[in-house]
Design a protein around this ligand. Structure first.
Ligand code: HEC
Length: 253
C-alpha cells in the first residue's frame, strides 16, 4: 500500500507536466495598480491596435475616471473615432472587410486579459518573427500561422528564428527552433541590443497591463477594498476575538 501511494506521488509531477505540454509562456509581471503603466499601454493601444481591435464592453468614460483623466485629456489622447465619453470603444472597420483582408475578423479584446491571461498576451507580443512562407511575411511562435501582421515592428524591429541541430528520438538529426533574435543584432553593440529589447519588453508589458485592466476594471477597486477588509480582520476582529476567548476561559479555569 505504502509503495502504491509513493508511486502515485512520484507520478504527479509527470502528469502535470504531460498535461501542460503547451508552449512556455514568459512572465508578464504586470501590475494593474500602476496607473502610469496602464496609461502608457493605453496610448500604445489607441495608436497601434484600435484600427483592428474594438473594446466593445468598455466605455471611454469609465477608463478616464479610473485613470483620473479630465474629459479634455480623454478626448485629446484616446478618443480618436468617438464623439462622447459615454460611448463604447467600438471600431469603424466592418467585420466583413477585415475578414476579407486578414482571413479572420480581428477579435474584440475587451476580455482577452482574462481569457488568455497576461502571460499569454505578453509572450504573444514578443513572438512575431519573419517567415517568407506567410502572405503577411510573419509568423508567431506562440500562435502558429497567425493572421495578424507584426504591427509593432517599428518599436521592436524584425526578429528571425534561431535554429539548432538536434537529435530526435528516432536518432535522426533535425533543425529545431530554439529562439528568436533581432535581425539587426550584428549592427548593434551589446548594450544597444539589450536596451532595444528591454524597451520593447516594457511596451509589451504596458500593453498587457492595459488589456488586463480592461478585462476587469473593477479589480482596481476590489483589490483596494480587499486590503481594508484584511486590515479590519487583523487589527479589529483578531484582538476582539482574543479578548472574548480570554473572557470565556476565565470562568472555565
Ligand atoms: C491590421 C489589423 C490588426 C492590428 C492593427 C492589430 N491586430 Fe491583433 N489581431 C489581428 C487579427 C486578424 C487577429 C486574429 C489572428 C488569428 O486568428 O489568426 C489578431 C489577434 C490578436 C490577439 C489574439 C486574440 C486571441 O485571443 O486569439 C491579440 C492578443 C492581439 N491581436 C493583440 C493586438 C495588439 C495588442 C495590437 C496592437 C499592438 C494588435 N493586436 C493590432 C489583427 C490586428
Amino acid at each position: 500500500m505504502k509503495k502504491l501511494v509513493l508511486t502515485l506521488i512520484l507520478c504527479i509531477p509527470n502528469l502535470v507536466f504531460a498535461s501542460s505540454g503547451g508552449p512556455v509562456l514568459q512572465k508578464a509581471n504586470t501590475n494593474v495598480h500602476d496607473t502610469a503603466a496602464v496609461l502608457d499601454g493605453a496610448k500604445l493601444y489607441f495608436n497601434y491596435c484600435i484600427g483592428c481591435h474594438s473594446l466593445q464592453y468598455a466605455r471611454y468614460q469609465r477608463f478616464g475616471e479610473d485613470m483620473g483623466l479630465t474629459t479634455e485629456q480623454l478626448k485629446e489622447n484616446f478618443m480618436f473615432g468617438a464623439e462622447k465619453p459615454g460611448e463604447l470603444i467600438t471600431i469603424g472597420m466592418p467585420a466583413d472587410d477585415s475578414k476579407a483582408w486578414f482571413g479572420v475578423t480581428p477579435p474584440d479584446l475587451s476580455v482577452t486579459g482574462r481569457s488568455r491571461g497576461p502571460d499569454w498576451i505578453y509572450t504573444y507580443l514578443l513572438s512575431f518573427y519573419l517567415d517568407d512562407a506567410k502572405a503577411s511575411g510573419v509568423n508567431n511562435t506562440l500562435f502558429k500561422d497567425v493572421a495578424m501582421p507584426h504591427v509593432l515592428w517599428d518599436l521592436q524591429g524584425w526578429q528571425k528564428p534561431v535554429y539548432k541541430t538536434v537529435k530526435g528520438e528516432d536518432g535522426h538529426e533535425h533543425q529545431a527552433l530554439v529562439g528568436l533574435e533581432l535581425v539587426d543584432k550584428d549592427k548593434m553593440s551589446e548594450a544597444e541590443y539589450k536596451k532595444k529589447v528591454e524597451d520593447y519588453e516594457l511596451s509589451a508589458r504596458n500593453l498587457t497591463t492595459f488589456l488586463e485592466y480592461m478585462a476587469e476594471p473593477a479589480k482596481l477597486k476590489r483589490e483596494r477594498l480587499g486590503i481594508w477588509v484584511l486590515a479590519f480582520l487583523i487589527f479589529i476582529m483578531l484582538p476582539v476575538t482574543y479578548l472574548l476567548k480570554k473572557e470565556y476561559w476565565r470562568d472555565v479555569h
